[in-house]
Write a new protein. Structure first.
Length: 247
C-alpha cells in the first residue's frame, strides 16, 4: 500500500474544506485502489471535514499541528486530544515551516511525536535538510539525526515518515535529482522502513513527476502541497499512484 496525502497549510475556509471533502467522497474510490489517502486541512475545518469523511471512512483526516500537553496555559495552541476531538486521526509534525518559523526544535518535535502516539493518533513526521546542508553533501546524516531525535522513546510503528528537502518545498522549490533521492531513500529505507508504517516523499510533487518519484526504491507514498489543493489535482495524483502499483 502507498500513502498519498495533502496538507493545505494556512489555506481555505470551512466551506472550501467541506466542498473539497464532498467532492472527494463523491469520486469513485476504485480509482485509487491500493492507496491510503489522507487530507490535512487547517484546524478550523477539521470538524466540518470529519462530518463529510465520517469516522471510519476510506480517507484519513489529519491536523497540521498540536501541542504536546493535553491542556493548560498555552494561549493559541491546540492539544492532541483537542484535534482528536475535532476528528483528526493523524497529526503532521516537524514540517520545516514549523521548525523555521515557530521554533519547533528537535526536542519539541519529539515531545509532540510522543503526545501524538501516546493518544493513539498517527504522526506524519517531516524531516528535511536546508540547501546548504544538501550542498555540503551532509543530507543523510542531517535527516537521520532529525528522525532519530523525533522518534526517541516511542514505538514508531504508526509513523508516516515524510522526507521533504527544504529546498524542494513550495513555490521556489526545485525538484531534487533522482540520484539524490535514490541515495536518501536507500538510507532512510535501511534505517526506518521496517519500523515505521511508511516512508514517503514530499516537496514540489505534482502530476508530472509523481509516477517517477514512485519508482524510486523505498518511496512508499507522496506528501503533496500545492498540486493537491484542488480536488482534480489530488485525484490525478491518487490515480497515478494507484496505476504505479500495477506497472
Ligand atoms: P509543495 O509542499 O508540494 O507545495 O512543495 C510540500 C510540503 O510543504 O509538504
Amino acid at each position: 500500500m502507498l500513502w498519498v496525502g495533502t496538507s493545505w497549510k494556512m489555506n481555505g475556509t470551512i466551506d472550501f474544506a467541506r466542498e473539497y471533502a464532498w467532492r472527494l467522497m463523491a469520486a469513485d474510490a476504485s480509482q485509487w485502489e491500493g492507496i491510503q489517502a489522507f487530507i490535512i486541512p487547517p484546524a478550523t475545518a477539521l470538524d466540518a471535514v470529519r462530518g463529510v469523511l465520517g469516522d471510519n471512512g476510506p480517507i484519513l483526516l489529519g491536523a497540521q499541528n498540536a501541542h504536546w500537553e493535553d491542556s493548560g496555559a498555552w494561549t493559541g495552541e491546540v492539544s492532541v486530544p483537542q484535534v482528536a476531538d475535532a476528528g483528526a486521526q493523524m497529526v503532521e509534525v516537524g514540517h520545516s515551516e514549523r521548525r523555521q518559523h515557530f521554533g519547533d526544535s528537535d526536542e519539541v518535535v519529539n515531545l509532540k511525536v510522543r503526545a501524538i502516539i501516546g493518544h493513539g493518533l498517527r504522526p506524519v513526521l517531516c524531516i528535511g535538510e536546508p540547501a546548504e546542508v544538501f550542498e555540503a553533501g551532509r543530507s543523510i546524516e542531517y535527516i537521520t539525526a532529525q528522525a532519530d531525535s523525533a522518534l526517541q522513546g516511542v514505538d514508531p510503528s504508526s509513523v508516516i515518515l515524510a522526507y521533504e528537502p527544504i529546498w524542494a518545498i513550495g513555490e521556489h522549490g526545485r525538484e531534487p535529482r533522482r540520484s539524490d533521492l535514490v541515495r536518501a531513500f536507500a538510507a532512510l529505507g535501511e534505517r526506518y522502513s521496517s519500523d515505521v508504517t511508511a516512508v514517503v516523499y514530499g516537496g514540489s510533487v505534482n502530476a508530472g513527476n509523481a509516477a517517477d518519484l514512485l519508482t524510486i526504491p523505498g518511496v512508499e507514498g507522496l506528501f503533496v502541497g500545492r498540486a493537491a489543493w484542488r480536488v482534480p489535482g489530488y485525484l490525478e495524483i491518487l490515480r497515478i499512484a494507484s496505476r504505479s502499483l500495477r506497472a
